[in-house]
Write a protein of this length. Structure first.
Length: 127
């Protein structure tokens, strides 16, 4: 075996090992944070909050309330931190997709966060 052939065999073996690793290794997604979630329909689409709540429950989240928001003209979905847990709220927001995070802390909240679904709700990871 010539030196060139040996180098090519080593390069080929390294490439195959790299491809095999990429196909086999799948990083585990970080688990969603343990938060009590309220889901509110902020765009008026029929049964939207109920459908989103079912999707969130399917992801293992504790949905404690489902209903309508104070109005139905939200253009953008919001994730409202009610309990002062910004790091956990940001982790949930990162898992959901493009959602604006807002801090609106209340005393003795029934939910840690409130998800208000706006007209952009189709962009969220709630399928």
């Amino acid at each position: 075996m010539t030196r060139t052939t040996g180098v090519l065999l080593i390069a080929l073996a390294a490439s195959l090992a790299s491809v095999a690793w990429a196909l086999w290794y799948r990083p585990r997604p970080m688990p969603l944070p343990a938060l009590r979630v309220e889901v509110l329909n902020g765009c008026g689409e029929n049964q939207l909050a109920s459908k989103a709540a079912a999707a969130l429950r399917g992801l293992g989240l504790d949905v404690v309330n489902v209903g309508d928001a104070d109005r139905d003209d939200y253009a953008q979905s919001l994730l409202v931190d009610r309990a002062g847990k910004p790091a956990l709220t940001r982790r949930l927001a990162a898992a959901l997709g493009p959602v604006l995070v807002v801090l609106e802390r209340v005393d003795e909240p029934t939910a840690d966060v409130t998800l208000i679904l706006g007209r952009d709700h189709d962009e969220l990871a709630l399928k």
